[in-house]
Design a protein around this ligand. Structure first.
Ligand code: NAD
Length: 343
């Protein structure tokens, strides 16, 4: 068996905490990547993994991602992530959540948790019965989606300035993939700013309704990336930017909120070679985490919004540095984030 510190995804994580509770059947991993800027903050994922190594790799990779994301969002927070290893039936009991919360509490604030895939708001409330180190509870900032959507909109405006020389979105053609909390919200802002929208979601009713509301064109999700538009905004799935899909893109810029849009880091270079401006996902989609982590330093709405307003400033700095250095924007973003966390 490979020791986790020999895993490719091990990146000098400060701590990897393995939790096992016999009575409740809980198995969990809490990975603290960096506390250089503050408590390691990141959600808890409840997921069934084919094998244990996958859970460790997920925790290692996702916690490093949170270090980068929080650092680039100017938050007083480091990066961490927890995974609760679910059985095939995805059994989740109150005793399990209590045991997990006690483990988080035992870290005395070194790790602050929040909601992620497989965990509900009610689960987070249950955790908060046993530990105060839970962010984004009801009444403390609320749904991150609208904040993420606003940041994505500001990032789209910045991409239009940079890639099209457009100082407004009036008549800029933008294709949205995914019309949920983030994509739907960002599309509404863009419509208000006068953009022409192409809209796609696997939920055809949702697509039709939003197209009618905003006066956009509904297309199929398979075709949306290759639409004849100026900007593509991915707001659904990860790993949609592959060698194959990039060949079909005729837009000048990609700016959307979906996590992990590049299938691997290499696609960032491919986009750059094709002259397509890319907004690194963890920079443009930070609005939600900025809101969720507001309690770490007691930020009010004005501070939260001012932080979200810096997303386009950060994107500009990344794009300028990419132009100066010849590196792709995703590589520049990683390098800037590493410098911020003292690596
Ligand atoms: P959501 O569940 O509200 O919406 C996702 C939408 O995408 C749904 O309408 C769904 O039908 C659609 N969809 C799924 N597969 C699709 C496909 N193949 N093609 C087209 N549409 C598809 O989720 P959300 O909160 O809007 O998040 C969207 C993305 O943004 C995710 O990648 C998420 O990880 C990321 N993100 C969200 C936030 C946030 O604050 N909610 C923050 C950061 C990143």
């Amino acid at each position: 068996m490979t020791a986790f510190w020999n895993e490719a995804d091990f990146d000098d994580h400060e701590m990897v905490h393995f939790v096992r509770d016999r009575d409740s059947g809980l198995t969990a991993i809490i990975a603290v990547h960096s506390t250089h800027l503050g408590p390691a903050a990141g959600g808890t994922r409840f997921w069934h993994y084919a094998e244990g190594g996958d859970a460790i790799r997920d925790a290692l990779r996702l916690s490093r991602g949170m270090s980068y994301k929080n650092a680039m969002a100017d938050l007083p927070a480091g990066g961490g992530k927890a995974v609760i290893v679910a059985d095939a039936a995805r059994t989740k009991t109150p005793a399990m959540l209590a045991a997990f919360a006690k483990a988080v509490d035992g870290l005395a604030g070194k790790y602050v948790t929040a909601q992620d895939v497989g965990m509900s708001e009610a689960d987070m409330v249950a955790l908060s019965q046993h530990t105060s180190h839970v962010a984004g509870l009801p009444g403390q900032g609320g749904d991150p989606g609208p904040y993420t959507a606003r940041g994505v909109f500001l990032g789209i405006e910045a991409a239009a300035r940079r890639a099209l020389g457009a100082d407004s979105l009036k008549d800029v053609r933008i294709a949205f993939q995914g019309l949920g909390s983030v994509g739907g919200g960002a599309a509404r802002y863009c419509a208000q700013a006068g953009a022409q929208l192409v809209l796609a979601d696997i939920d055809a009713d949702k697509t039709k309704a939003l197209a009618e509301e905003l006066g956009g064109i509904a297309v199929s999700s398979d075709d949306v990336l290759a639409s004849d538009v100026d900007i593509v905004s991915p707001n659904a799935l990860g790993a949609i930017l592959t060698e194959q899909s990039i060949e079909t893109i005729t837009a000048k810029a990609i700016a959307g909120g979906a996590n992990n849009q590049l299938a691997t880091g290499e696609e960032g270079t491919l986009l750059q070679q094709r002259g397509i401006l890319y907004a690194p996902d963890y920079v443009i989609n930070a609005g939600g985490i900025i809101n969720v982590l507001r309690h770490i330093d007691g930020a009010d709405d004005a501070v939260v919004n001012a932080r979200i307003d810096t997303i386009p400033v950060r994107l500009e700095a990344i794009w300028q540095e990419a132009e100066n250095s010849g590196q792709a924007p995703n590589q520049v973003a990683d390098r800037m984030a590493k410098a911020r966390i003292g690596r």
